[in-house]
Design a protein around this ligand. Structure first.
Ligand SMILES: O=P(O)(O)O[C@@H]1C[C@H](O)[C@@H](CO)O1
Ligand SMILES: Nc1nc2[nH]cnc2c(=O)[nH]1
Length: 296
């Protein structure tokens, strides 16, 4: 089902053209808000916002904690677009639809994509409330062929066989660590490997143990397909996981995770995540090599 659906370049372009006809903002940075992290859009000034239901070609958000709005605005001298709500494979969207906004962002002239998510920790040193800079990912659906790039390749966006080593920009990861020190939150910050699983089930204990043994630090149900699409079309990527729970790895442990507690940790850490992302956007350099006219 996932590899058959294709979205043509024209369809992405139509959505980008519609958005450019509705707002004067021409974003350089795009932010995808994870579960409970929609407040990242609140810091944007001079906002223009669009419910997904009004945007031609956009899928709809169905998950609590994902408002379903695209917000454009200015942040510390940079023009941004923020997805208040992302699309997940488990909602029944094809991977093309799940990642639809990423190529639209490319056509809008975006150069850098910031992805955020809520994730459960497997690494012993990662506690709920900690923030993990994503150094790399394991795309479990992708490993078995559920890849948004399956099917005919559109060379206008990128090559047939894109490299994924180094897909999380090193310079931005270093900058984020420096900012965390300056904000006095270095104690909360870690760097690690995120794994995407299909969801919507949280992990069994056996699955949690398997992921832990494989070297995964945090697990979630998103992000990897977006990053694959972004890297394919040449966007620079920065990723953050907010650790919302420890994944249960012991049969003696009676804890269990639920979506409301995931959202609650998002609320508790919203200010810190907001400060980090704001500073990162403020201090990142933009090369302006992807203006909408020469985007793809
Ligand atoms: O959109 P993200 O990846 O932040 O959402 C995570 C994974 C599930 O969608 C949900 C589980 O609580 O949070
Ligand atoms: N798969 C998965 N996704 C999450 N999102 C937030 N917490 C979790 C978790 O424990 N497992």
């Amino acid at each position: 089902m996932h590899s058959k659906e294709q979205i043509s370049h024209d369809e992405y372009q139509k959505t980008a053209d519609w958005l450019m006809s509705q707002t004067k903002h021409r974003p350089q940075v795009a932010i995808i808000c994870g579960s409970g992290l929609g407040m990242l859009a609140d810091t944007l000034k001079c906002q223009d916002s669009f419910p997904y239901s009004d945007i031609p070609g956009f899928p709809q958000s169905t998950v609590k904690g994902h408002a379903g709005r695209l917000v454009f605005g200015e942040l510390k001298g940079k023009t941004c677009v923020c997805m208040q709500g992302r699309f997940h494979m488990y909602e029944g969207h094809s991977l093309c639809k799940t990642t639809f906004p990423v190529r639209v962002f490319k056509l809008l002239g975006v150069e850098t994509l910031i992805v955020t998510n809520a994730a459960g920790s497997l690494a012993d040193g990662l506690q709920p409330g900690d923030i993990m800079i994503i150094k790399d990912h394991v795309n479990f659906p992708g490993l078995v062929g559920l890849n948004p790039l399956s099917g005919p390749n559109d060379e206008k966006f990128g090559p047939r066989f894109p490299a994924m080593s180094g897909c999380y920009d090193k310079g931005l990861r270093c900058l984020a660590k420096e900012i965390a020190k300056q904000l006095g939150v270095a104690g909360l910050m870690h760097e690690g490997v995120y794994a995407m699983v299909g969801g919507p089930t949280f992990e069994t204990i056996a699955e949690a143990r398997l992921l832990h043994r494989l070297g995964v630090d945090a697990v979630g149900m998103s992000t990897a397909p977006e990053v694959v699409m972004a890297t394919h079309c040449g966007l620079r990527v920065f990723g953050l996981s907010l650790i919302t729970n420890k994944v249960v790895k012991s049969y003696e442990d009676s804890d269990s995770v639920n979506h409301d507690s995931v959202l609650e940790v998002g609320r508790l850490r919203s200010q810190t995540v907001q400060q980090l992302v704001t500073e990162l956007i403020s201090r990142m350099e933009i090369n302006n090599n992807n203006t909408p006219n020469n985007a793809v």
